[in-house]
Write a protein that binds this ligand. Structure first.
Ligand code: G4P
Length: 295
């Protein structure tokens, strides 16, 4: 993850997205199923307006199934085509995405046919913030392993290549990389939890404490089970809890002091790898409440 989003990068990326969008009929935005609100880039709505959009709730293997279903319904209500994916292990990803994309383009095709236009292939591009699984999805849709470049650099243009997905559907071979939302620190943390912002930007200790705070309220049992904690261990603050986890794991320095930095790295790694269980860090109801409070 070597992106730093400076205003210049964003301008370049916007320009590139605008260029690419002229070439495509449908955009697929890959988001992380653990944070389907925070990992979505609102700018895409502005740029793409009501044109056909598919949301791919990826990494669904790491998220809470019931919450993912609620997010699917929420985004469908807003007019998106929605697919739930596990691009790493799942099968049939190409058909899911192709089906959703073609369904959204059906009307346009019929309109074109009625006007007597020649039938042409539908063109699609994949976008999303870093680390949500764009390249993995492209490789699945293209039916090849490790072929999509993970070129995670904003504004890098390469020769455009179209991958034939099905007879009537083509995919741009490079993903459109979008910047994450920065406006709200809570969102910033969530994006960092899933590894879309370089860890060096935020120190791992702070990040781990923030994550623990969230998990203490949302998934306390997952924490007690994984780290063999007692109920009363959960009562104090998250920093004390991190220290207890460190003690349990034997992360001790000379003099018996807990090496909390080491424990912080462990917690982040284990969360990202799904070792704490399937977890969703936000729900549609919470977003609606937040929106209502702001308006
Ligand atoms: P990007 O193009 O959006 O930046 O993401 P990319 O495809 O490179 O995927 C980022 C990481 O997420 C990769 O792990 C990839 O294997 C993993 N990944 C993608 N889709 C899924 C999914 O549906 N479920 C799970 N569990 N993992 C998925 P990596 O190569 O190990 O990278 P990293 O985790 O070390 O960053």
């Amino acid at each position: 993850m070597d992106i730093q989003w400076y205003p210049g990068h964003m301008t370049k990326t916007k320009r590139m997205m605008e260029e690419n969008m002229k070439l495509v009929d449908v955009v697929v935005e890959v988001i992380d199923a653990r944070i389907p609100y925070s990992s979505k880039n609102p700018y895409l709505n502005e740029l793409w307006k009501r044109r056909p959009r598919v949301i791919a709730l990826n990494k669904s293997d790491l998220a809470d199934e019931a919450v993912t279903r609620a997010w699917k319904a929420w985004y469908e209500k807003q007019g998106y085509g929605v697919v739930v994916l596990d691009a790493l292990h799942g099968k049939g990803i190409r058909d899911k995405i192709a089906g959703a994309a073609m369904a959204l383009c059906q009307e346009k095709r019929q309109r074109e046919a009625a006007k007597g236009y020649q039938k042409r292939a539908i063109r699609m591009m994949i976008t999303g913030i870093p680390n949500v699984g764009k390249s993995t999805v492209i490789n699945q849709v293209a039916g090849r392993a490790g072929a999509a470049k993970t070129g995670n650099k904003p504004g890098v243009t390469k020769g455009k290549q179209w991958i034939k997905v099905r007879g009537d559907l083509e995919l741009l071979d490079t993903p459109g990389i979008l910047w994450p939302k920065f406006d709200n620190p809570e969102i910033g943390y969530k994006i960092a939890f899933i590894g879309s912002i370089r860890d060096e930007v935020l120190d791992t200790y702070t990040l781990a404490v923030k994550l623990l705070e969230l998990l203490q309220s949302r998934y306390p049992q997952a924490l007690t089970a994984r780290y063999k904690l007692a109920e009363e261990d959960m009562q104090g603050g998250a920093d004390a809890l991190l220290e207890k986890i460190g003690k349990k794991r034997g992360h001790l320095r000379a003099g018996g002091i807990v090496d909390v930095e080491r424990t912080a790295v462990l917690l982040m790694d284990e969360f990202r790898a799904g070792k704490l269980g399937r977890m969703s860090l936000e729900t549609p109801e919470e977003e609606e409440q937040e929106d209502a409070a702001q308006n």
